[in-house]
Design a protein around this ligand. Structure first.
Ligand code: NDP
Length: 399
């Protein structure tokens, strides 16, 4: 029996809250706290009386003192950070001050530069270790399940993994010419940055969307996918011994790319502040304000996501290939929790990661990425809580 403080009340948090309530045997009590308290109250109104006691609070998660006061009042076993990457360090500071376990789904990002680096959070390792508390980093789908898939492949299928390709396919259609499936600001920062992949101990940089492949995804069909940098490449390159190459590909439709290019060309995706009518604004934040709220895509999105990892390496001296993936249906997710599959595939692993920390299976003082824990209970929980995985030993490879 545990109590969780969930920070954020957006697309991902909403799914995680639904899943904690479904799992009321573990999550006896949750407090949902966010900048806009009415969103927390709406979730409480929807889910109250289903086994988990729910309270709500207003918090500015950029403010460490406010966070410490809230944690001292709620006294949670774990803080689930489902706000934005900008808040990771303030929430980690508050967890340290109150000796409370921490988890998140995205690495810390300074507001003024898109970095996608773990270094700031990894620097907390000794302090978390000394405090006897666990920080579980990146327990969404990617990062998150992709790291667990890697630990599972290493434990059960390979002596050595040499090549990893992470393939993230969203075959969903929301009917808008342009919208993002999760926080637009973070999404656009990610896809408008240079691509990067890791090969033979070095990072190789590409222009944004420079490397394109076509892949035939089960239950989705053929899709164009593009090489991107994604934060789990950094931790997996460090945590998988003997790895020769790791790449990440994400699918994008032509309409999305054409709109994005136009927005970039006119300067709307910039994170450099500009002065507009005497006030400093960040163009990308303004763009976010005019785009559809990702949470509003739920009822409109049809189709499936298919996300997984293709591993190549050695087992008993022989070459081996292994593909493990999950297929998730947007409409089924909406019917279950009122959100589309991109939020669902992140919110379910967030609940699972928090559950494993609080039930002791993944309680290891220090700061760790998901692939540094035993993957078995997580893999079982994915099957149980709505993200069943499939595997193939003879998949189509990416050249
Ligand atoms: P949303 O924008 O839908 O929700 C973010 C929530 O955080 C909102 O409720 C927002 O409040 C709240 N928030 C923002 N700033 C603060 C603050 N200073 N204090 C308190 N609350 C704050 O984002 P998503 O739910 O789509 O994404 C949540 C996280 O999940 C992000 O970090 C994202 O990068 C990550 N993610 C990870 C994925 C993975 O697979 N690992 C995939 C998708 C997302 P308000 O309502 O007031 O704006």
């Amino acid at each position: 029996m545990a109590k969780a403080l969930i920070i954020g009340a957006g697309g991902v948090a909403s799914v995680a809250v639904h899943k904690c309530v479904q799992n009321s045997e573990v999550f006896e009590e949750i407090c949902i706290a966010s900048r806009t308290k009415s969103k927390c109250d709406d979730l409480k109104a929807k889910l109250d009386g289903q086994g988990t006691k729910i309270t709500t609070a207003q918090v500015d998660a950029d403010n460490v003192e406010e966070l410490i006061a809230l944690i001292n009042e709620v006294k949670p076993d774990i803080v689930m950070n489902l706000a934005l990457p900008y808040q990771d360090l303030t929430i980690m500071d508050a967890c340290l001050a109150t000796k409370t376990h921490y988890m998140d789904t995205a690495n810390y990002e300074p507001e003024d530069t898109a970095k996608f680096e773990y270094k700031w959070q990894w620097e907390y390792h000794e302090r978390f270790k000394e405090a006897g508390i666990t920080a579980l980093l990146g327990s969404g789908f990617d990062p998150g399940v992709t790291g667990v898939f890697t630990a599972h492949a290493l434990k059960h299928h390979f002596d050595e993994i040499e090549y990893i390709d992470i393939l993230d396919c969203n075959g969903g259609d929301h009917g808008y010419p342009f919208a993002t499936n999760f926080n637009p600001e973070i999404n656009i920062r990610e896809v408008s940055a240079n691509g990067r992949y890791w090969k033979e101990g070095e990072w190789i940089e590409t222009k944004p969307m420079e490397i394109k492949r076509v892949y035939n995804f089960e239950e989705v069909g053929e899709k164009d996918m593009y090489l991107l940098y994604h934060e789990e490449l950094e931790s997996l390159a460090k945590n998988v011994p003997g790895l020769k190459q790791i790449r990440f590909f994400m699918t994008f439709g032509q309409s999305y790319l054409t709109h994005l290019q136009c927005l970039e060309n006119v300067g709307m995706t910039s994170i450099e502040p500009i002065i507009f009518e005497g006030k400093e604004i960040i163009p990308l934040q303004f763009l976010k304000a005019v785009l559809p709220d990702p949470a509003s895509l739920g009822p409109r999105t049809k189709g499936k996501t298919n996300i997984g990892c293709i591993f190549r390496g050695k087992k008993d001296g022989q070459d081996k290939t292994y593909y493990v993936y999950n297929i998730c249906d947007h409409e089924a997710c909406y019917a279950e929790v009122g959100s589309q599959a991109v939020s669902y595939t992140t919110g379910v692993p967030a609940m699972i990661g928090a559950m494993l920390v609080v039930n002791g299976e993944w309680n290891k003082p220090g700061v760790y990425n998901v692939e540094e824990f035993n993957p078995d209970p997580y893999m079982d929980a994915l099957n149980k809580w709505g993200l069943p995985w499939k595997e193939s030993f003879n998949p189509e490879l990416v050249d």
